[in-house]
Design a protein around this ligand. Structure first.
Ligand code: AMP
Length: 372
């Protein structure tokens, strides 16, 4: 394990908001930031010291990033695995490339979660639509068919209620092989962000309860309103997966909570996660600071929740009314990511509110009508 120190350069593949918040955390300690992104003025580019403007998978640009960086990390998983693997031969990438290979394909991801011993919903792999038809009885209905690669925020997936409706999933196969999993009648969605350094030191952030609107994260509520036994199970599952994958850095583990108190793992993200943004104000250490500590070989800090916290996402359609309202709310910490164009459904920022009453604050958020 190498130790990377202030004054040295952290290279980030991807210039979105996750890269920006990693960069801001790292710059507090005096690290320099290099970023690779196709856009000069990307959210991370705006706060970086060195900008390499090229597609994420451009081999020459990746090499250039490696040359100027003492350690390289990434802010999203849909990067070229082969390119990352090649880069890791000459560049220090403590997270490795394997985790990217696994998490960019639901088939690999499900297999690894299962191998770790953490629970997943019953599922099958289908390379063709005919295979789906032939084997769907192992999963039954309702089920959710998901493309193995490229899906996010509910894209690339179809819920199928009956055998008659199965053809609705056929077009997914033009994109890639698929998995079909049982539809989970969950009562809550939660996420555990687990962070681990190369020597195995591991911590979980306080668990977030996540509320989605149109498949996009709307609110995270922390602590998640679940029993201690669910919290313990969720943390144990996240640690099992982190150990199994020999994680270095950050892994977000999204889970379903069932009525009977059991949990099932939905999916993984090998990076800081939207549901962990609350930790910037809500905890004694943010997911971004901890990520930088983990990849730089610094000892990790045990995360503690300072007060109950709510994070609300600001999408393109919310920006104008948020800006009008924001000066009325001294308790809101506002984060806008510096994106020029406020497109509908695009994540433009978030707000964080520390509160002594989750219920009252949820009601206040509702009453602003910014999100309704
Ligand atoms: P994903 O892209 O797999 O995270 O799915 C996006 C959202 O779809 C999840 O956050 C759930 O709300 C819903 N979803 C995905 N898979 C299932 C499932 N097997 N059963 C019920 N809801 C699901």
């Amino acid at each position: 394990m190498k130790t990377i120190l202030p004054g040295q350069t952290i290279g980030i593949i991807g210039g979105g908001q996750l890269g920006r918040m990693m960069a801001l955390a790292a710059k507090e300690a005096g690290f320099k930031i290099a970023v690779l992104d196709p856009v000069m003025d990307s959210p991370c580019g705006q706060v970086a010291d060195i900008r390499i403007v090229a597609p994420y998978n451009d081999e020459v640009a990746l090499e250039e990033l490696g040359e100027v960086s003492d350690v390289v990390t990434y802010e999203f998983e849909n990067i070229d695995y082969e390119g990352l693997k090649r880069l890791s031969q000459d560049t220090y990438i403590p997270q490795g490339a394997e985790l990217v290979r696994i998490t960019q394909n639901r088939i690999h991801e499900k297999a690894e979660i299962t191998a770790s011993g953490a629970p997943v919903a019953p599922y099958i792999v289908a390379s063709t639509y005919q295979e789906l038809v032939d084997h769907i009885d192992k999963v039954g209905f309702p089920c959710v068919v998901k493309t193995a690669v490229g899906g996010y925020d509910g894209k690339g997936q179809v819920k199928v209620d009956s055998a008659d409706a199965l053809p609705a999933a056929e077009s997914l196969f033009t994109h890639s092989a698929c998995i079909a999993e049982a539809f989970v009648p969950f009562v809550k969605e939660i996420s555990v962000i687990v962070q681990r350094s190369a020597n195995g030191e591991t911590y979980c952030l306080p668990i977030a309860e996540n509320i989605h609107k149109n498949h996009i994260l709307h609110e995270s509520i922390v602590p998640a309103r679940v029993s201690d036994s669910i919290r313990i199970k969720a943390e144990q599952a996240a640690r099992l997966i982190a150990d199994h994958l020999q994680l270095v850095g950050t892994l977000a583990v999204e889970m379903f909570v069932l009525e009977d108190g059991e949990i099932l793992i939905n999916e993984l993200a090998p990076r800081p996660h939207n549901s962990g943004h609350y930790s910037i104000e809500g905890c004694n250490i943010s997911q971004f600071h901890q990520h930088i500590r983990a990849i730089c070989g610094w000892p990790l800090r045990e995360p503690k929740l300072l007060r109950p916290t709510i994070m609300v996402n600001v999408l393109g359609e919310h920006v104008t009314s948020l800006k009008k309202a924001v000066t009325n709310y001294p308790d809101w910490s506002v984060h806008l990511y510096g994106k020029a164009e406020a497109k509908e459904k695009r994540k433009m920022g978030h707000i964080t509110i520390l509160t002594d009453s989750i219920e009252t604050t949820l009601e206040e958020i509702e009453q602003t009508r910014i999100w309704s």
